[in-house]
Design a protein around this ligand. Structure first.
Ligand code: NAD
Ligand code: USQ
Length: 399
C-alpha cells in the first residue's frame, strides 16, 4: 500500500538511496534535510569520493528516469521546531523515516564544539520530532536509524537480542520476578551516546503518547550504489573515505585502490557488524511495511548482515587487492579484542537474505573506488581525532 513518507536526512548516504527506493516502490516521498552533511564536508575541507549532484539536480534526474516526483524541504529538524510542526500538521505523513543526525563517532569526539553540536543536533532533533507528533496529534509510524553501538559490542558470551533483555529480579522475600528492560547501553563515543539517549526518548513517548516507533539498530554500512542510484550519473550516492566520516570497510577499499596501506587501528581485534547499503534500503522498506500497533512497546530490530573482526576485513581486502596492512596505534577508546554475536531474526523472518562480504560485491565498490581515485585527497586519509588527551598527544606526535 502506497504511503506518504517523510525522509528526514534524505540527502545523506543512507537517506538518499532509501528515498529513491521508497519512491520506486510507489510511496509518496518528501525529503527533509538541512544539508548540514555537505556543510561539514566544506568545514573539514573534504568531499565525497563520488561526485554528488546538488539536491535539485538529483530530484530532476530521478523524475527523468522514473517519472516519479520526490519533493524536498530545506529544514533543520533540531533548530526549526515551528516549521517542522507546521509541515507535519499540513502534510500529515503516514511514515517518518528519521536519518537526520550527525553520525560520525570521530567527528563527535573532535572537541567541545563538535560534542555539543552532536548532542544538541541529535537529541534535540529526535525530541522535536516526537514532540511535534504529539502536538499535532499525528499517528505516523516513526522509523529511526539507531546503531549497534548502543549495545557496546557484546562480549557478554551470548547472542545480543533485539533491544530488550529479560532479567530476573529477586524480591525482598526471595521470590524471582521476570522483568523486561532495554538492553543496557554502553556507548563508545558521544555520537553513540546520542543514540542511547534517543532510545529513552522513544521508550517514554511510546509509553506516554502511544506513538508507533521502530528503532533500527544498524551496523556499519558499506558499498555505495543501489539499483536506483545507478540509473543516472546525477543519482550517484555519496561515499565517505576520510578519517572522520569514512567507515572502515569503505575506507579500506579506497585505500586499496590507491595503493595506500590499510589503516587498521590497534590489533584489529575489534569485531563489528556490517551491512551493505542495498540491504539498508531493503530493511527500511520492510520496516515501513510492518509497523507496530498503537500502544506497543518500541519495536527494536537489529539491522545487520554479519559480524567480522577489523583485521579479518583488512585481510579480505588485502587478499583481493594485494594491499599492505598497517597496524596503527588506536586513536579510539574501545576494547582491543571483542566477540560480537548479534540476532538479526526479525529481518530474516521478514524475508531478508542479506548480502555477505563473500558475495563478490567488494569488487563493485573497489571499481567505484578506482574510478574516482583521482578525487581523493590523501592528506585526509589518516584518522586525526583521538578519544582522550593522551591518545591525541600520541596521534599528533606520530604526525
Ligand atoms: P549522513 O551524514 O550521510 O546523512 C545524514 C543526513 O541528515 C545528512 O544529509 C544531513 O544533512 C542530515 N541532517 C543532519 N542533521 C540534520 C538536522 N538537524 N536537520 C535536517 N537534516 C539533518 O549519515 P548516514 O550515513 O546516511 O546515516 C544516516 C543515519 O543512519 C544516521 O542517523 C546514522 O546514525 C545511522 N547509521 C548510519 C550508519 C552508517 O554506516 N552510515 C550505520 C548505522 C547507523
Ligand atoms: N577502524 C580501523 N581503521 C580505520 C577506521 C576504523 O581500524 O581506518 C576501526 C575503528 O577503530 C572501529 C571500527 O573500525 O573499531 C569501526 O569504525 P567505523 O568508523 O567504521 O564505524 P563507527 O565509528 O562505529 O561508526 C559507523 C557509522 C555510525 C554507525 C556505526 C554502526 O559512522 O553512524 O552508527 O558505524 S556500529 O559500529 O555498529 O555501531
Amino acid at each position: 500500500m502506497a504511503k506518504k513518507i517523510f525522509v528526514l536526512g534524505g540527502d545523506g548516504f543512507c537517506g538518499w538511496p532509501t528515498a529513491l527506493h521508497l519512491s520506486e516502490l510507489g510511496h509518496e516521498v518528501v525529503i527533509i534535510d538541512n544539508l548540514s552533511r555537505r556543510r561539514i564536508d566544506a568545514e573539514l575541507g573534504v568531499h565525497s569520493l563520488t561526485p554528488i549532484a546538488m539536491v535539485d539536480q538529483r530530484l530532476d534526474a530521478w523524475h527523468q528516469v522514473s517519472g516519479r516526483t520526490i519533493r524536498f524541504h530545506y529544514l533543520d529538524v533540531a533548530q526549526d521546531y515551528a516549521r517542522l510542526l507546521a509541515l507535519l500538521a499540513e502534510e500529515r505523513p503516514e511514515v517518518i523515516v528519521h536519518f537526520a543526525e550527525q553520525r560520525a563517532a570521530p567527528y563527535s569526539m573532535r572537541g567541545p564544539t563538535e560534542k555539543r553540536y552532536t548532542v544538541n543536533n541529535n537529541v534535540g532533533g529526535t525530541h522535536n520530532v516526537l514532540t511535534a507528533l504529539v502536538a499535532c496529534d499525528l499517528d505516523a509510524h516513526l522509523v529511526h536509524l539507531g546503531t549497534m553501538g548502543v549495545y557496546g559490542y557484546g562480549g557478554a558470551g551470548f547472542e545480543i537480542p533485539e533491544g530488550y533483555l529479560t532479567v530476573q529480579i529477586h524480591d525482598d522475600a526471595g521470590a524471582p520476578h521476570d522483568w523486561e528492560i532495554l538492553y543496557p547501553t554502553r556507548p563508545g563515543s558521544v555520537y553513540h551516546m546520542t543514540k542511547s539517549i534517543d532510545q529513552l526518548l522513544f521508550q517514554f513517548y511510546a509509553q506516554n503518547d502511544r506513538l508507533r516507533i521502530t528503532d533500527l539498530h544498524q551496523g556499519i554500512v558499506w558499498g555505495t550504489q543501489t539499483a536506483e542510484t545507478r540509473r543516472h550519473p546525477a543519482l550517484i550516492n555519496r561515499f565517505d573515505y576520510e578519517g572522520e566520516y569514512g567507515t572502515v570497510l569503505n575506507r579500506f577499499l579506497v585505500q586499496a585502490a590507491l595503493g595506500h596501506p590499510l589503516t587498521v587501528h590497534g590489533t584489529g581485534g575489534q569485531t563489528r557488524a556490517f551491512l551493505n547499503i542495498q540491504d539498508t534500503v531493503r530493511c527500511i522498506a520492510l520496516a515501513v511495511a510492518h509497523p507496530p500497533e498503537r500502544g506497543d512497546r518500541v519495536k527494536i530490530i537489529n539491522q545487520i548482515a554479519e559480524s567480522l573482526r577489523v583485521r579479518d576485513l583488512a585481510r579480505l581486502v588485502s587478499d583481493l587487492t594485494g594491499a599492505a596492512i598497517e597496524y596503527l596505534p588506536n586513536p579510539r577508546k574501545e576494547a582491543a579484542e571483542n566477540d560480537l554475536d548479534v540476532s538479526n531474526a526479525t529481518f530474516r523472518a521478514l524475508g531478508l537474505d542479506p548480502i555477505l562480504l563473500t558475495d563478490g560485491l567488494l569488487a563493485e565498490t573497489l571499481e567505484i573506488s578506482a574510478r574516482y581515485a583521482d578525487r581523493v585527497d590523501q592528506r585526509h586519509i589518516p584518522a586525526r581525532t583521538a578519544w582522550t588527551r593522551e591518545q591525541q598527544a600520541a596521534l599528533d606526535q606520530a604526525g
